[in-house]
Design a protein. Structure first.
Length: 680
């Protein structure tokens, strides 16, 4: 942002020492509080393909003149600006909209000016209303040069109309009635306003919007370990995994996410439940990447080949699934990088390479990169090429392991490079870390992020956290992806809450967030035993091959399938911006809603997974678009019940052992001309 622009647009800005130019003196409009804007415009706002960009700004000027304004916008691949006229809201606030119909970076700016002809016409109407005949004639004649000036800026046909109008106004002394008719002609006013005097317009800085695919905002993720997809408990191949793809698709998931699929190191390989030594035949952690058979651009030999992986991707696409691949920028001691580029790692005083640790945790099987080493440019190029390689294989979604422990400047560089050539690529940050660091990663380009949802359980915790994510500037750049569990995290709520807790957390994740995911089959089979002294799973799949009985009769598969179907069928659940919380005297009941035009969803969740709870919810009918004096139907999409509600105060009762939640589709009552009522 230039200092001159700040001076023009900032109220109370310190005046420059030198005298203004005549051009600066004639600019009377301040363009302020432009939205969307992230960190004063330092970073782009985020949208998805097909969104309508809504630009808002304050246009403020002295006196009572009429203001005009427009938004100029373009895709960054274009040299030509398109235009959308600003329309008034309230209190000097204006808005314009345009469609984001191409992936990638867009830019826009706002211009504001005094509409001299509209201001002149406004005063004329007042003088006519005051019956000041002499003043009216004088004012009519004063409009003639304004019309002539507008004609000089107009096309030939419009210019001729404006010149004829100028002549009629100049002759107001002999034919005032004709001049008044010309002055108040609505069509002529539109022609005149279409050619404003932009020499006196104030132009804002340029702001940016990143447009990504729909998967960046909405999607249900399903995580599974490819090596655990055989019924006999032996190491599976990508061919074996195709049955698990069908299984995930049958539950209505959109994205399947795979932990690292690369060769696993032998040195310091971790054993069962993270023991320091692996027993013979134990597979090790997929995050200890690299062996004699290859590194980040190779496939674990027991899974198959690159050709097998491409076949796996093709099968996923046939089933309507996208595949997300985990990229962990770290290596095992056996990774080819260690021998070929030892300068890329931190060394101890004795010359050995420093393994990863987060005291008291130690990861002897992993070496972290030194992103600030003397050979950093080469390191950065190579690490960026890992993403480029897998994009070349057909992967468009990446889940990045612990990005907050790597260089922020690297991520800015890497993501920009990838998205410059492949704007459809999505990056999910697995960053359970400090809030501002999570936000920084999002600003730097990560499409989505894991969140604190996993540990938010009470009504106050959930309400405060999701209000922050959806009602502050964070909504412009931080897209939450909600996970009730991960291979690393088995929260207490799932350890001790039984089936009701799993269903409750499923509904919360799937309806509070437009994007959510589960680590399965551990989730649908309700695995709940934690390793003593930790919040991690006993018999953790990170360190061993697990045999999952996915056809078990008590599986949550039916309820997961239903919840995902509800998500797909209701546009209100495809975004987070409309999320609103509603009051209930019983603090164990959480009530919230989402709305997309006439599609209105209200969710009520019993946060007590052990006892039945009931109470009256106080709905904000304005937020729901419901008239207070008309009844409406609440259709429980989970249980099937239909309830006739009236007014804002309505009774709910939830037994967690039957269902800890209700997802209502709210339908307004409509009366036809034949006095027949139905709900929409």
């Amino acid at each position: 942002m230039s200092s001159d622009t700040r001076m023009r647009n900032a109220v109370g800005a310190k005046a420059p020492a030198s005298s203004p130019t005549i051009e600066e003196a004639r600019k009377r409009v301040l363009v302020e509080d432009i939205r969307p804007r992230v960190d004063c415009g330092r970073y782009p706002a985020k949208r998805v393909l097909g969104d309508e960009a809504r630009i808002e700004a304050d246009l403020v000027a002295d006196s009572h003149d009429v203001l005009g304004g427009r938004v100029l916008y373009r895709h960054c691949s274009s040299h030509d600006w398109l235009e959308a006229g600003l329309r008034p809201l309230v209190n000097d606030r204006f808005f314009a909209t345009f469609e984001l119909d191409e992936l990638g970076r867009w830019e826009f700016l706002v211009e504001g000016w005094i509409d001299a002809l509209a201001s002149w016409r406004k005063v004329l109407e007042r003088k006519i209303a005051a019956s000041e005949a002499a003043e009216v004639v004088s004012h009519l004649r004063a409009g003639a040069p304004l019309m002539l000036a507008a004609s000089a800026r107009a096309s030939d046909e419009a210019a001729a109309k404006l010149q004829r109008a100028a002549a009629a106004l100049d002759a107001a002394g002999t034919d005032a009635d004709a001049a008044v008719a010309v002055a108040l002609d609505v069509e002529l006013a539109a022609v005149a306003s279409a050619t404003p005097d932009l020499a006196r317009a104030t132009r804002s800085d340029t702001y940016e919007i990143d447009v990504e695919s729909l998967y960046a905002r909405f999607g249900a993720w399903y995580e599974f370990f490819p090596r655990s997809c055989r019924d006999d408990g032996t190491h599976a191949t990508f061919a074996d995994c195709e049955a698990r793809l069908q299984y995930a698709a049958s539950m209505g998931f959109d994205i399947v996410y795979l932990p690292p699929i690369h060769p696993i190191g032998e040195s310091f390989r971790k054993g069962k439940d993270n023991s320091l030594r692996a027993a013979p035949g134990e597979p090790g952690s997929p995050w200890a990447i690299g062996a004699s058979t290859g590194g980040h651009k190779s496939v674990h030999p027991e899974l198959g080949t690159l050709e097998d992986f491409r076949s796996f991707l093709a099968r996923a696409e046939q089933l309507g699934l996208r595949v997300a691949l985990d990229i962990a920028l770290q290596v095992s001691p056996d990774h080819p990088y260690v021998k070929e580029h030892p300068q890329w790692f931190v060394h101890r005083p004795d010359g050995s390479i420093q393994y990863a640790e987060n005291p008291p945790k130690k990861y002897q099987d992993i070496y972290p990169f030194d992103f600030q080493c003397e050979d950093a440019p080469a390191l950065w190029r190579e690490l960026t090429s890992i993403f480029e390689f897998w994009v070349g294989q057909g992967v468009r979604i990446f889940r990045v392991d612990n990005p907050h422990t790597k260089s922020l400047m690297f991520w800015r560089h890497c993501i920009a490079e990838i998205k410059r050539q492949h704007p459809d690529v999505i990056f999910l940050a697995e960053a359970f870390t400090r809030p501002k660091l999570m936000y920084a990663l999002a600003r730097l380009g990560f499409s989505q992020s894991y969140t604190y949802f996993t540990w938010r359980n009470t009504r106050d915790e959930l309400t405060q956290y999701f209000t922050e994510l959806t009602r502050t500037e964070a909504v412009e750049f931080f897209r939450p992806n909600l996970w009730p569990n991960t291979p690393d995290i088995l929260p207490e709520s799932l350890q001790f809450g039984g089936r009701p807790a799993f269903v409750q957390r499923l509904v919360l994740a799937a309806t509070l967030g437009a994007s959510y995911g589960i680590y399965g089959p551990a989730f649908e089979l309700m695995e709940s035993q934690a390793r003593p002294g930790s919040g991690e799973y006993m018999d953790n799949e990170k360190y061993e091959i697990r045999r999952w009985e996915v056809s078990r009769a008590d599986s949550l598969r039916p309820i997961i399938t239903r919840v995902n179907a509800i998500r797909r069928e209701n546009a209100a659940l495809h975004d987070n911006r409309s999320l609103r919380f509603h009051q209930c005297a019983n603090e164990t009941l959480l009530c919230y809603s989402k709305r997309a035009a006439d599609n209105v969803i209200v969710v009520v969740v019993n946060l007590d997974v052990h006892h039945k709870q009931s109470g009256f919810v106080e709905l904000d009918l304005d937020a729901l678009g419901i008239e207070p004096d008309r009844p409406f139907q609440a259709h429980d999409l989970l249980g099937g019940g239909r309830y006739l509600w009236h007014g804002s105060r309505n009774y709910v009762e939830l037994d967690p052992h039957v269902s800890p939640a209700q997802i209502f589709r709210v339908r307004r009552r409509v009366r036809t001309e034949y006095d027949f009522d139905y709900f929409v």
